[in-house]
Each structure stands twice: as C-alpha cells, then as structure tokens.
Design a protein around this ligand. Structure first.
Ligand code: S3P
Length: 194
C-alpha cells in the first residue's frame, strides 16, 4: 500500500540513475497536475548555451557539478513544479538537504540490467559523458552502487522495473494529490528526508 506524504507538496523532485525516466515522468506528471516542469540539465544547457556533452568536455565533471550547485537553489524554490534532476545531482553535498521542507522527493529506481537495456536501446542519442570510457557497463555498475544509498534518502521510492511511464505517473499523481491508496504495491513512502 502506498501512503500519501503527511503534507501537501509544493513541488516534486525526481532523483535516480541515468535512464530511470526522470525527464519523461517529470514532464508527464507536471502535465497531469497542471504544474510547471523544470529539468535541471536543460536549465544548465540554456544558461550555458551548450549541450551537457560540451560542458563535460570543456570543464569536466567537476565543472558540471558546480553548475548543478549554482542553479539548484533558484529552481528548488519554485512552487507547483516538478523538478527532474540529472543522475549525479544527488552526489553534490548539501543539495538534497537544502530542499525546502514542503518538497516531495522521489527516487525512480531502476536495476543495472534495466539501465544497460535502456542505454543500449537509446543508441541514437549522444553517448552520456560519463560512459565514454573503456568499460561503460562496469562504470554504470560502480556508479549505481555508489549512488544507491544517496537515492535511498528520497521520501518515496518507486520501482520502475516492469512498469510503464503512465503507471508510474498515476502512482505519483495520487501521492501528490493526497489520496490514501494507489493501485501498485511496489512503492513506499515516508516523510521527506528521513
Ligand atoms: C549524469 C546524468 C545525466 C547528466 C550528466 C551526468 C550522471 O543526466 O546530468 O550527463 O552523473 O549520472 P540523466 O540522468 O538525465 O542521464
């Protein structure tokens, strides 16, 4: 049974690994709720006038993380907003803890096997900068392992495996609207930041 958070969220922040569906789920959830959707990566690209790929190439991961840190405070104050973060956003110390209290944090959880399938299937989009090395599957495994404890800080965990985007969005919509139950049992919730 999924329980709604014990407060009316002013915003939802989606966290999770690459290819977990943060952008598409965020966009559709915002449409359902009649809220704004903000994607942190897209905001960085707009502000810098460069694609993420080029930002990584010019400034490295450290430079990219600095941009995430710089841009987040203005985005995370917005009300009636669904915010999709990049997969490594959670690794920036202080960003998660700095979210306003009335934020519903959600981890879109995905297994390594599913990430590998989804990354392989999205062959037409540019290679993700962090997967440019010699052993992308090994890199993905290490990154996922090191980040899972950080993602697990989210108030709500949604298993995305075997669930369609509309199913995930349904569950989240119910949670945000405060319904007491949801049709799927694969998710759980507790108070934000716990
Ligand atoms: C990153 C994930 C990307 C993007 C950047 C770094 C990461 O976002 O922010 O390439 O560190 O996992 P997605 O999770 O949307 O792919």
């Amino acid at each position: 049974m999924t329980t709604a958070p014990p407060f009316a969220p002013a915003r939802v922040v989606l966290i999770g690994f690459m290819a977990s569906g943060k952008t598409v789920v965020g966009r559709r959830l915002a449409q359902r709720l009649g809220w704004r959707h903000v994607d942190v990566d897209r905001e960085i690209e707009k502000e810098e006038g460069l694609p993420i790929e080029s930002i990584f190439a010019q400034r490295g991961e450290v430079g990219f993380r600095e941009l995430e840190v710089r841009i987040t405070p203005s985005i995370s104050k917005l009300d009636r907003t669904v915010i999709s973060t990049g997969g490594g956003w959670i690794t920036n110390p202080g960003l998660f803890d700095g979210l306003p209290q009335d934020t519903l944090t959600v981890w879109l959880k995905v297994s390594l096997e599913e990430v590998l399938r989804r990354v392989a299937a999205s062959g037409d989009r540019p290679v993700r900068p962090l997967l440019r090395g010699a052993d992308p599957p090994g890199r993905l495994r290490d990154l996922l392992r090191s980040r899972e404890p950080l993602y697990a800080r989210a108030a709500v965990v949604i298993e995305t495996e075997g669930r369609s985007v509309p199913e995930v969005v349904d569950t989240l919509e119910r949670l945000v609207r405060g319904n007491r139950s949801a049709p799927h049992s694969q998710s759980s919730s507790s108070q934000n930041g716990s």
